[in-house]
Design a binder for this molecule. Structure first.
Ligand code: FAD
Length: 510
């Protein structure tokens, strides 16, 4: 059975027992990738349970260094989550709700430690939002059963997608593997089920007794990043200025984007030198913003008050946020993509290259292809890369350097502030033509044409590859091929490490 089926079976199998559990002294919400108080389904249910019984709500967050390792979580992403936790903690405290944060070194210890805490706090109920990665679904399935045996009710609910995985099927009852028909069905489904865009209320104030009874829980601090996941002082300074953390910043950014930029999104979203996209991915990935809130806000700024029709930029943006749902649905339905396998089994035996020197030229932004190098340096400089450039560098890695796409997928996770397994895996599968609804294998991005089309004046390249600042006109896209080789060489910019034409023919032949 798929991991989600295990969890659904655990929830169904324990439903009667969980119903019987009496609320004891407190109700707990376990925060994971949902670091916000607004529009948070499980938090809302937990707060309702606590309110009805007149007992306090306690927030719990477990820092698991082993999970960071297993998920290749980038230090910049860890740092963003810890800063978002500070904001969350303050927001909860304003409601007299404590947020207990604890580091548990061995991930296998997490279930037992949570059980100990529930016992110590005399809590009968714990709520959490569902995470769709394989390990998490399996863990939650075990926890639901284990806790039920001990007389504790664990409730795990859908929250992160606008449409929960499993709700959209083709006419013949199958999971969609192609985005366009899936998206039409997604729009129809949301229009027919308006409650999917209803926002969950923020929790109310805890009873006054909570401060006294759980006073020690208010005293815990947000920990520092674990070893191996820390930022240098210089990095911290740059990244903190670039990426203000927490729910309020997410809401501000969303409002500003919907006011100023969403209308032009259709035109500008492919131009990496223009701030034409929302930069909200980090907030979706950390759960400082819900996809529901985002889609609802965009829908409400559309004059049709619908997901389709009306303003083209709004429609296009909503369709992009929907890609995030799409890839999570794919992960839930075909969980083996999580295990280093391509979506299409026939692509398991492609003989990829593992050339270390090509790979390091790619990671360092020294391939001699200015658009590729600019993008890879943007990734290091910001912990983020523009979507168009993610496609260009991914295609370049897989189809020009013929390197195993999983090396690129991994490197992205290790450096992205918005690293998200499903979207990253989906994006790499698309670009390398091995994923669900991929780019056809014979469509190979030409980095030069991409550069001319999407960075016509070379503004993006000049920003991230300062060696080429002095190169004028169209030569910026290919200095050695267009008569600016001497200048590029003098500035220390490398020549192309492969020839696109030859690489293209080899990729097609392979
Ligand atoms: P906007 O253009 O404003 O889009 C709004 C939101 O829609 C994004 O924040 C994101 O949540 C969602 N979205 C947009 N495009 C996509 C897409 N193609 N797939 C899935 N969701 C999308 N996105 C991640 O969040 N995490 C990743 O690890 C990630 N890895 C990627 C790897 C590759 C090779 C590729 C091609 C794409 C990847 N993406 C990933 C998708 C996309 O590039 C980013 O979501 C986007 O660039 C984020 O910038 P933004 O918030 O300004 O996006």
């Amino acid at each position: 059975p798929r991991p989600i089926e295990l969890l659904n079976a655990a929830l169904a199998g324990t439903a009667a027992d969980r119903k019987k559990v009496q609320v004891k002294d407190a109700v707990v919400h376990w925060f994971k990738m949902d670091l916000r108080t607004g529009d948070n389904q499980a938090l809302f249910l937990a707060s309702e349970k606590a309110r009805e019984a007149g007992v306090p709500l306690i927030g719990l967050y477990i820092v698991s260094p082993q999970d960071f390792e297993a998920h290749l979580t980038a230090p910049i992403r860890v740092d963003f989550m810890l800063r978002s936790l500070e904001v969350l903690k303050a927001d909860l405290e304003a409601l007299d709700i404590p947020l207990w944060i604890e580091t548990v070194d061995k991930r296998a210890r997490v279930p037992e430690r949570i059980m100990e805490l529930l016992t110590e706090w005399r809590a009968g109920h714990i709520f959490a939002n569902m995470e769709y990665e394989v390990d998490e679904l399996r863990r939650e399935a075990k926890l639901v059963r284990l806790y039920a045996e001990k007389g504790i009710a664990m409730e795990v609910v859908h929250d992160t997608c606008v449409v929960p995985p499993g709700q959209l099927t083709t006419g013949t009852g199958r999971q969609y593997a192609v985005y366009s028909p899936w998206f039409r069905s997604w729009v129809r489904h949301v229009h027919e089920n308006q409650e999917l865009l209803e926002l969950a209320e923020r929790p109310g104030m805890n009873p006054p007794s909570a401060r006294e009874r759980y006073s020690s829980l208010f005293e815990c601090d947000v920990p520092h990043a674990p070893e191996g996941k820390t930022l240098s002082e210089e990095e911290a300074k740059v990244f903190h200025a670039l990426w203000p953390a927490g729910e309020h910043e997410a809401m501000k950014r969303l409002a500003k984007f919907c006011e100023d930029a969403v209308g032009g999104y259709g035109r500008n979203r492919d131009l990496p030198s223009t701030p034409g996209t929302s930069n909200l991915s980090v907030h979706f990935a950390s759960g400082t913003l819900s996809a529901r809130t985002a889609v609802r806000t965009a829908r409400d700024s559309n004059k049709t008050k619908k997901l389709d029709g009306g303003n083209e930029g709004i429609q296009t943006w909503i369709s992009e946020v929907a890609w995030r749902d799409f890839y999570k649905h794919v992960l839930v339905h075909w969980p083996y993509v999580c295990m280093n396998k391509p979506f299409k089994p026939e692509y398991s035996n492609i003989s990829w290259s593992y050339d270390a020197s090509h790979f390091s030229s790619w990671t360092e932004g020294r391939t001699g292809f200015p658009i590729v190098d600019a993008a890879m340096r943007q990734l290091r400089g910001m912990g983020w890369m523009h979507n168009r450039c993610r496609m260009i560098v991914a295609s370049f890695l897989a189809k020009d350097l013929l390197l195993d796409w999983r090396m690129g997928e991994r490197f992205f996770m290790e450096h992205l502030i918005d690293g998200d397994f499903a979207s990253n895996n989906g994006g790499w599968g698309f670009a390398a033509s091995v994923g669900v609804d991929p780019q056809p294998y014979f469509r190979i991005f030409n980095p030069l044409l991409q550069s001319e089309k999407f960075d016509p004046d070379g503004e993006y390249i000049r920003k991230w590859v300062p060696e080429l600042k002095g190169v004028v006109g169209k030569a910026i896209h290919d200095p050695y091929g267009r008569g600016e080789g001497d200048r590029a060489r003098k500035a220390g910019y490398p020549e192309a490490i492969v020839q696109h034409k030859g690489a293209r023919e080899k990729a097609l032949a392979d």
